[in-house]
Write a protein that binds this ligand. Structure first.
Ligand SMILES: Cc1cc2nc3c(=O)[nH]c(=O)nc-3n(C[C@H](O)[C@H](O)[C@H](O)COP(=O)(O)OP(=O)(O)OC[C@H]3O[C@@H](n4cnc5c(N)ncnc54)[C@H](O)[C@@H]3O)c2cc1C
Length: 410
């Protein structure tokens, strides 16, 4: 059984950032990746996807974007190439094609079983992705058989869907981008809208993410927020990686997308939508206004304000057997897949309980989750600070283990 000091599970940007920080402290480690480096960008992203974060935010420990287009947005293929280059440049010890099938504690640390053999290590870092699986509500099972159901992880382009109307469920980043793309492909699109985060692409002449970065919003720490559970579940921002283009609900309705409320149920083939659409839109407008006030306070003068979201009377039901809808896109979020983790750190919903990525099982760490240590934790730009802090903690744990061994030996 090979031994190492740290096993990192996952060769996405989080695992590679962690590897870079461990190497800088000379901590012997291995990165186990079931596919290739950047597997999720190769296998789980639609064809037209571009990052919604501008290129200058594509920063990792020891890496900064130096291309000719700092204000552009990388395509999924470019992200893959960037991560491949990063893994090569940092000489990350990645073992590809190696699926971790279980991690369990033993007296001396952890036994990590894979389909290529078993590793033993005193420390393990779970970097296996916050968005490993699409979250699809149970009511998807009530959709009539003739309707095609897809998730953003499986969807590639409009040509893959049958002709006819599309119901997109969920109006966060994936939902608004796919509603926009499907509408542009000539399909009638209905968008079911629940709680969402309205965001203009640009404000006061700059990308909104420049302002969020400059105002410290993205750097806000997990131990500074009042309601961390809520903060970790805030939907993604309604943004698309296209210079100057906003895909908020007003943009979509002016283009011809029909809005309905949150999908609340399906009975007898009829979809039922919540009547809360005006309220959730008013709330999103209010929160956007507060954010713009914060930005204005930093800028020192009042800036423009955007028109409130226009909500026309929205139907409360839609007969899915009427032929109006040929496909449903479940843009209802993502979740990690830790079904193979055999260590008692999961809550009743199967989520790892942790304090800023440090679990209650000594030597077991987590990285890459929403608001792990900062608001930006799930973004590429969030990995550097989180990996540095977790590496410090991990190194301290190793020192403590070494001290204990020395005391026992003497
Ligand atoms: C649609 C979408 C758009 C996004 N857009 C942006 C953006 O614009 N800007 C931004 O900064 N962030 C964006 N993100 C968020 C984030 O950057 C990505 O989710 C990113 O892929 C997370 O990197 P990661 O390394 O934490 O996880 P992943 O990239 O998911 O990497 C985890 C790795 O672990 C591997 N793995 C999982 N289980 C096992 C196992 N049992 N054994 C071995 N290997 C395993 C996987 O194959 C995978 O390669 C986006 C996310 C999504 C879903």
């Amino acid at each position: 059984m090979p031994d190492t000091t740290t096993v990192i599970v996952g060769g996405g940007h989080s695992g590679l950032a962690m590897s870079h920080c461990l190497a800088a402290r000379s901590v012997d480690h291995v990165v186990l990746e079931r596919g290739e480096v950047a597997n999720s960008w190769r296998t789980q992203r639609w064809d037209s996807l571009r990052l919604l974060t501008p290129n200058w935010m594509t920063r990792l420990p020891g890496y900064a974007y130096r291309g000719a287009d700092p204000d552009g947005y990388l395509s999924a293929r470019q992200v893959t190439a960037m991560l491949e280059d990063y893994a090569g440049a940092t000489a990350a010890p990645v073992l590809t094609g190696t699926t971790v099938t279980s991690v369990r504690a033993d007296g001396r640390g952890y036994i990590v079983r894979t389909d290529q053999g078993t590793w033993r290590a005193p420390t393990v870092v779970l970097a296996c992705g916050a968005a490993a699986l699409p979250t699809v509500p149970a009511l998807a099972g009530l959709v009539p058989d003739e309707i095609t159901s897809v998730t953003p992880a499986g969807y590639r382009n409009p040509g893959e869907l049958p002709g006819g109307g599309v119901l997109v469920v969920g109006a966060s980043a994936s939902g608004v981008q796919l509603a926009d793309e499907l509408h542009r492909s000539g399909r009638p699109v209905t968008l079911a809208v629940g709680e969402h985060v309205r965001m203009p692409r640009t404000y006061r002449g700059r990308d909104i993410l420049w302002w969020l970065d400059a105002c410290g919003v993205l750097n806000q720490r997990y131990d500074e927020v009042d309601d961390l559970v809520r903060a970790r579940n805030v939907p993604s921002m309604q943004l698309v990686g296209s210079p100057g283009r906003t895909v908020d609900l007003n943009a979509l309705t002016s283009a011809g997308v029909r809005l309905v409320g949150r999908l609340a149920g399906i009975a007898g083939g009829v979809a039922q939508f919540s009547g809360s659409l005006p309220n959730v839109c008013a709330l999103a407008d209010l929160k956007l206004g507060r954010l713009l006030n914060t930005i204005d306070a930093r800028a020192g003068t009042a800036g423009e304000r955007f028109a409130p979201t226009v909500v026309r009377s929205a139907p409360l039901s839609l007969d899915l057997r009427s032929g109006q809808i040929a496909a449903i896109v479940w843009a209802t979020g993502y979740r990690p897949d830790l079904s193979w983790l055999d260590v008692p750190v999961l809550d009743h919903k199967g989520r790892v309980v942790h304090d800023g990525g440090v679990t209650a099982c000594p030597g077991l760490y987590l990285i890459g989750m929403p608001f792990l240590r900062r608001r930006k934790s799930s973004l590429i730009d969030g990995a550097a600070d989180d990996a540095a802090e977790l590496t410090r903690h991990l190194a301290g744990h190793l020192d403590a283990l070494a001290g204990r061994r020395e005391r026992n030996a003497s």
